[in-house]
Design a protein around this ligand. Structure first.
Ligand SMILES: NC(=O)c1ccc[n+]([C@@H]2O[C@H](COP(=O)([O-])OP(=O)(O)OC[C@H]3O[C@@H](n4cnc5c(N)ncnc54)[C@H](OP(=O)(O)O)[C@@H]3O)[C@@H](O)[C@H]2O)c1
Length: 248
């Protein structure tokens, strides 16, 4: 059983929802994000839900790469190791490429990909030393193909993150370290508050229950919720681009 779980981007949405799921299962939690007041509130909630667990919180801006290493090492020291790291922090900012929003697309690329790499580096440094651990990359169904409109860069970062996780998995195939890539479909959170078209969206609690269950299986890849996204994933990979583009 993975007892000690670090989650980045734990101050809202999927990160907070997964923390609730794992707290209910009796796991110890290392939670980080920029909005520490939200983390403090969540810490109180989780300890009330399950007083037998440990919940540690730390401020982390994942774009501050040095801080990523410092915070991950500090959590590992505090808990005497880490069993699972969920690379979850992400943003959904963006506009069509070439329309004057390089700053927004770049911010998304840096947060969702370069900072995800920093988190993998920091996690794997700990896992390689321990010779055990479970790395979980939160990608997105949008990673399945190139996506139009505002999510072109977002989808590309999520495809990059999935490829990064697969490469790490390939590197560690003969080791006890596991690597899972999770492709969530639409799950209600702040990231999609203003998105008009959200097919098959589920509420946060339903989505996070499915996420935690999929993560616990430790498969290489999982679309979540499995229905309808596993089937849609196959379709997205194989259908003509003009059909795939309509999903957005
Ligand atoms: N919800 C969906 O439908 C869906 C679908 C597919 C994939 N995903 C992915 O799921 C992950 C979580 O998203 P969500 O839906 O839960 O959105 P959310 O509610 O907006 O949460 C995003 C989380 O990421 C954190 N974050 C953003 N920038 C950060 C930074 N620079 N440093 C540290 N933390 C940062 C935020 O914390 P602070 O602002 O407090 O730092 C927040 O806790 C993302 O990677 C997203 O791409 C979501």
């Amino acid at each position: 059983m993975r007892k000690i779980i670090l989650i980045t981007g734990a101050s809202s949405g999927l990160g907070a929802g997964m923390a609730r799921e794992f707290a209910a299962k009796g796991r110890d939690l290392a939670l980080c994000a920029r909005r520490t007041e939200r983390l403090e509130e969540l810490q109180r909630e989780l300890l009330a839900l399950n007083p037998s667990i440990r919940v540690a919180i730390r401020a982390l801006d994942v774009n501050n790469y040095e801080q990523v290493f410092t915070v991950f090492r500090a959590f590992a020291e505090e808990f005497g190791g880490l069993d699972r790291v969920i690379v979850n922090a992400g943003i959904g900012k963006g506009k069509p490429v070439g329309t004057g929003y390089f700053w927004a697309n770049r911010q998304t690329a840096e947060t969702n990909f370069v900072a995800a790499l920093a988190q993998c580096e920091a996690a794997l440094e700990i896992f390689r030393r321990q010779q055990r651990g479970h790395l979980v990359m939160i990608s997105s169904m949008s990673a399945m193909r190139g996506m139009p409109g505002n999510i072109t860069t977002y989808a590309a970062t999520k495809a990059g993150a999935a490829a990064l996780a697969e490469g790490i998995r390939a590197d560690l195939l003969r080791s006890p370290i596991r690597v899972s890539t999770i492709y969530p479909g639409y799950i209600r959170s702040e990231i999609n508050e203003k998105v008009k078209n959200t097919p098959f969206i589920v509420d946060t609690a339903t989505g996070c229950r499915a996420l935690a269950a999929a993560i616990e299986k430790e498969k290489a890849e999982a679309c979540v919720p499995a229905w309808p996204w596993t089937l849609l994933g196959l379709a997205m990979r194989n259908f003509p681009l003009k059909l795939v583009a309509r999903l957005n």
